[in-house]
Design a protein. Structure first.
Lengths: 406, 559
């Protein structure tokens, strides 16, 4: 068992009395018994299923799911958005520990609202592990033109460009794990001296060469709580993404091109509302304000040519407001480089990216105003290719850091 | 159960960047003019940021300090000038927290004449166990075929001890009597010392002066089978109780003789490649690759689990023992115009002065160090181009205080300058006002920044530490070109040893179709064709290329 195991004795004893389970389903976001109304002992025909839920929620009694296969565990860290398998905080570690103790073949951590789950969805997530030998399964949530833009404008294309894997939601908070990946995630990483599960799991699996896949699910992208502000989300996500670049330098600097990971099921499509013109106007004004007030921080991170490109943007009317993909990608890469160089406080740096992100969103939303589903998929593909084609720029500046840049 | 080391990979030393330093010279935390462990601990962030992964500490044990600590009087303690055992433990923990391994010295050929073993031995009756801790003789005519190593100071390997009424054997200074490995208790005591430090968590041991452990009449008393048997026993003892540790052999010998110190992977993990070092300097000055390619060709293969230790400069003189007489003459004339620059059989200068402070030459030699097969070992201060002081005795001229900034004592110590263990370098070219860490940290074009970038770049490619080497043979002898290969990694390195631009055409036919990507700037060069690949290199220029296969990437998103 790992040195870092945090399960209390009582839970360990309960698990011991259960013995083995083929599948563990963990629900860190569980609150009330309604969250588990879908649980049924009939799911996963022929397999023994155990459900683990946190002690912060109600106590479950025997229902459709046999109580002896329910494990209530105390969580070691406060739950919050992005606290799941994205690896920012370790609220799901206990689930992996339970999975390891019962020697499960597969383990699903469902961090989204449990009421959106079902035995069928969980089974979809775990079948590639159980039947086809995959070690990590990502969900593909329903795609929408203006949905999950942090993912589609930064995380997804940057992961693809750097790590060579085309994964729709590399930082998804619902994941399926194999037992061997669970074992690995519970080890301590000698480089960080933290459990590997505290890191970004996607890159942990990719860099180890473990087979990963993705599954189209009939559900919307999980939304952060309304109280979570954009700057905080960007700081957490980009902080994780950029920190991982330092950890995995020897992998991503030596990989080139990208490949589609095996994909099962068909990703759904969700219609969404256009962003209101007033909202677009506000985004652009935030960017313009940022250009005036954050010049010092941007000047540390961005090259003169990029700054000139941004200055040009500040002078454009709303209707003409377009940020070129190359410019946006360089902004992201420049911030990744500044993050690595620790030129200024990292949180301040990442927060300073918010107005730039809003500029990109405004530009993209204006461009996609009347676009079809195919148009927007092609648009994001073009962006992903821009990330790939600009990778040498990131590589050159990473390998030979210099203030004297174009 | 074996005590684990701080490294997870048993071959960690193959990917390491080793940094050699003397605690005494690095940073003084208490203002007594002498560097100490607390000072070193305070400077670990600098070393981590610089990128080195293993610290090699010169001897820090109690000692009369007549040979800079290589004359040890107590193997199990810390010299009070440098702090306490607790200070050492705190340093070790702090280094491990920063993912740095620590290597210390195990000087097992000799002790100080002040060591209690020697004091006891000289008083003990002849033939007693205590007496036999050292090598005694009634005559100074034994082992006449053994050469004298410190030719400047010693006339014989025997010195008369009036208390013992006998001669004692010493391969180095007369105050450093050699211990006697024919007495099994000696090895037992040495193993105790080894276990003591390994149990504490030390990751590596440098075995000093390893070829001279055993003496036999009728031989030159170097590299004897009995010596190898001792090394094997030490290694066995280490492997039995400790995991992921390393032994580095100091054997200033020809490659074929050093090869024996790897055994079949059951003696030392690493050994210095002494003959390569002067030949890098020679090749540069001659503007001819032959000295380097020749010595590499003479270097036998070593077991998979072993590694060469490569260096440009260290705490000793640039040793010229492993060159021919003619080559030695050339090196003296080329690199030590002032006789004061010479000591024993070598040249006591740092890297930057040897290069006449020419930045491009310094960079070129470092590029060879970082790209040749082996683990690079850097000497403290060379990363900022520190100079030396040839007016100090012995090899102290290259052991001056680290130059941290332009303040008093180069920021090394708050002591009055007269109290410093050695004066700081103050000349106008290399003096601390000009050459110091603080200035170079704030200058992205400094040598320090360049070195940091090179280290980071090398760490990306494991092929440098683990791959094979194959020299190309272009017509232009001023060009040194070689391939480093491991599994699917292929690196091409090309260096111009000349002070003028040079053309070269490389036979890369077997890589036809591949794309060379210049590694520092990730610049794509024209693909390799069937014709010789033409390059031009500026003076002292070097280029490293990754050779990429043409890619067929999938560019379609899932639907």
């Amino acid at each position: 068992m790992p040195e870092t195991e945090s399960l209390p004795q009582q839970v360990k004893e309960q698990i011991e009395s259960i013995g083995r389970a083929d599948v563990v389903i963990g629900l860190p976001s569980f609150r009330t018994r309604e969250d588990l109304s879908w649980a049924s002992a009939d799911g996963f025909v022929g397999l023994n299923v155990l459900i683990a839920y946190p002690s912060s929620g109600e106590v479950l009694e025997a229902g459709a799911f046999p109580s002896e296969h329910l494990v209530r565990y105390p969580i070691s860290a406060p739950e919050r958005y992005l606290s799941g398998p994205t690896g920012v905080y370790g609220t799901f570690q206990e689930i992996l520990q339970i999975g390891q103790r019962v020697e499960s073949k597969a383990c699903c951590v469902w961090n989204s609202n449990p009421q959106g789950a079902s035995m069928e969805i969980i089974e979809q997530m775990l079948r590639p592990v159980l039947d086809q030998g995959f070690d990590l399964v990502f969900p593909i949530y329903k795609e929408a033109k203006l949905g999950a833009l942090v993912n589609s404008s930064i995380i997804c294309p940057m992961t693809r460009a750097l790590y060579g894997k085309q994964i729709h939601f590399p930082m998804a908070i619902d994941l399926g794990f194999s037992s061997s990946l669970v074992d690995r995630l519970l080890e301590t990483d000698p480089r960080t001296r933290q459990p590997r599960s505290a890191q970004w799991i996607a890159t942990e699996a990719i860099c180890t060469g473990l087979p990963v896949c993705q599954v189209g699910l009939p559900m919307d992208t999980p939304r952060p709580p309304d109280s979570t502000d954009l700057s905080s989300i960007l700081t957490i996500i980009l902080g994780r993404l950029f920190a991982d670049l330092e950890r995995n330098t020897s992998y991503w600097q030596r990989s080139s091109g990208s490949e589609l990971v095996p994909t099962f099921g068909t990703p759904g499509i969700r219609e969404d509302d256009a962003i209101a013109p007033a909202e677009l106007q506000r985004m652009i004004e935030t960017f313009q304000l940022g250009y005036r007030n954050l010049a010092e921080i941007w000047g540390v991170a961005l090259t003169p040519a990029t700054l000139v490109g941004l200055k040009r943007l500040t002078n454009l009317a709303v209707s003409q407001f377009r940020m070129a993909d190359d410019l946006w990608v360089r902004v992201v890469y420049d911030f990744a480089l500044a993050h690595r160089q620790r030129a200024i406080n990292r949180e301040h740096l990442l927060r300073a990216m918010t107005p730039l992100y809003l500029a990109w969103v405004a530009s993209y939303a204006l461009e996609m105003k009347d676009a079809s589903i195919t148009d927007f998929q092609n648009r994001l593909e073009r962006l992903a290719l821009a990330y790939e084609s600009q990778k040498p720029y990131l590589l050159s500046r990473w390998r030979w850091p210099d203030r004297f840049n174009p | 159960m074996k005590a684990p080391g701080s490294a997870q990979d048993r071959l960690w030393f193959k990917d390491a960047i080793i940094y050699e330093l003397h605690v005494r010279a690095f940073f003084d935390s208490n203002g007594d003019g002498i560097g100490d462990f607390q000072g070193l601990t305070q400077r670990l962030d600098y070393l981590q940021d610089f990128g080195v992964t293993c610290l090699w500490l010169l001897p820090f044990f109690p000692s009369p300090l007549r040979d800079d600590g290589y004359d040890i009087s107590d193997y199990l303690n810390v010299h009070p000038d440098y702090g306490t055992l607790d200070d050492f433990r705190a340093f070790l923990d702090a280094a491990h927290q920063r993912n740095m391994q620590v290597m210390i010295e195990l000087v097992i050929n000799h002790t100080s004449d002040q060591h209690p073993w020697f004091q006891r031995a000289r008083l003990a009756p002849a033939g007693s166990v205590e007496r036999d801790f050292y090598v005694w003789s009634d005559t100074d005519k034994k082992y006449q075929q053994a050469r004298i190593i410190f030719t400047d100071t010693e006339k014989s390997n025997w010195t008369w001890d009036p208390i013992a009424n006998a001669y004692y054997w010493h391969r180095f200074f007369s105050h450093q009597p050699d211990v006697n490995y024919d007495n099994p208790l000696v090895l037992e005591e040495v193993q105790k010392a080894m276990r003591y430090w390994l149990d504490m968590g030390v990751d590596g041991l440098r075995l000093d002066a390893i070829p001279y452990l055993v003496e036999r009449e009728g031989t030159n008393c170097e590299n004897l089978a009995e010596t190898h048997a001792i090394v094997k026993q030490l290694r066995r003892g280490m492997d039995e109780h400790h995991a992921n540790r390393m032994i580095l052999a100091e054997a200033n010998q020809w490659p074929t003789d050093v090869r024996a110190y790897f055994g079949e992977g059951d003696e030392c993990h690493m050994a210095f490649h002494f003959p390569l070092m002067p030949r890098m300097f020679m090749a540069l000055r001659l503007e001819d690759r032959l000295p380097v390619t020749d010595i590499i060709a003479q270097t036998p293969a070593i077991p998979e689990s072993c590694q060469w230790g490569l260096f440009l400069r260290n705490h000793d003189e640039l040793t010229l023992e492993m060159v021919s007489d003619e080559e030695r003459d050339y090196m003296y004339l080329a690199y030590s115009t002032d006789p004061r620059m010479r000591v024993n059989v070598g040249i006591r200068r740092r890297l930057a002065p040897l290069m006449d402070n020419n930045r491009r030459r310094i960079e070129l030699l470092n590029s060879l160090l970082f790209s040749f097969p082996g683990t690079p070992i850097l000497y403290y201060g060379d990363e900022i181009g520190m100079g030396d002081n040839i007016y100090l005795g012995d090899r102290n001229g290259v052991r001056t205080p680290m130059q941290w900034n332009g303040d008093r004592n180069a920021g090394f110590s708050r002591a009055t300058p007269a109290k410093l263990f050695n004066p700081v370098i103050m000349d106008p070219v290399y003096g601390y006002a000009t050459i110091n860490v603080e200035a170079q940290e704030s200058d992205p074009s400094s040598l320090l920044s360049w070195m940091r970038n090179m280290i980071a770049l090398r760490k990306i490619f494991r092929v440098f530490g683990r791959g094979s080497i194959e020299f190309l043979n272009p017509e232009n002898k001023k060009i040194l070109a070689y391939l480093r290969r491991m599994e699917n990694e292929e690196i091409l390195c090309v260096a111009n040893l000349s002070r003028f631009p040079q053309p070269v055409a490389l036979d890369l036919a077997k890589f036809e179709g591949m794309k060379p990507i210049e590694m520092m700037g990730y610049v794509e060069f024209p693909p390799i064709g069937s014709q010789p690949y033409a390059l031009s290199l500026g003076a002292y220029d070097f280029l490293w290329f990754e050779l990429h296969k043409p890619t067929n990437s999938v560019r379609t998103l899932a639907t």
